[in-house]
Design a protein around this ligand. Sequence first.
Ligand SMILES: Nc1ncnc2c1ncn2[C@@H]1O[C@H](COP(=O)(O)OP(=O)(O)OP(=O)(O)O)[C@@H](O)[C@H]1O
Ligand SMILES: [Mg+2]
Length: 204
Amino acid sequence: MKKGKFIVLEGPDRCGKSTQAKMLLNYLITQGNDVILTREPGGTRTAERIRQIVLEPGLSVTAMTELFLYEASRAQHTEELILPALEAGKTVLCERYTMSTCAYQGYGRGIPLRIIRTLNRIATQNLVPDLTLVFLMSDKYFTERGEYLYSDRLEREDIAFRKKMRRGYLNMIKRTPNAYLVDADKDIMDVQTRVQEILKEHGI
Ligand SMILES: Nc1ncnc2c1ncn2[C@@H]1O[C@H](COP(=O)(O)OP(=O)(O)OP(=O)(O)O)[C@@H](O)[C@H]1O
Ligand SMILES: [Mg+2]
């Protein structure tokens, strides 16, 4: 039986998920919570190996293969790490989860959402986040916040792709219970303040 809270940080590349997740981890620890921070794709040894295949530049990966790799990584990560941690009463912070797959493989690559939702349900064993924070930023920050970064295969997608995904995230926020849009254009501390407010509204 799940006792801990499952909090997911979502949003496109470079919107600040990792930055905010680390700050939130520290905040929750200071508040006396037993909390772990993890990410997708990855989070366990096997899932991290799958992540390497998905993100390797130059490797040929079809849209459907990509979907199955993400779901394989998710199945392993959920069963091996997330569910046991929640059962032990821990708060689990996770960078990316099911919404990312709908955004990239669904809205982005055009795989029907009903297929993705079905696979998501199988891979997660029907686990759904207690809270989903969706960080969205203006496209102009995409280069600014990542100029010196190494771009993986997926980050080399173009502006049109990122626009499609943004629309996808906005749609999903509307239809997902306990999903919140967080304005990621603001500076790092303001974004974190908003995140902590949302958690408090949820009694976390
Ligand atoms: N609110 C902000 N304002 C300005 N710069 C930011 C902000 N948030 C994060 N950054 C910077 O933008 C870059 C990307 O941030 P971060 O790695 O946290 O994003 P991410 O969403 O985890 O990216 P990815 O999807 O690639 O993992 C980092 O250099 C970070 O310091
Ligand atoms: Mg990150």
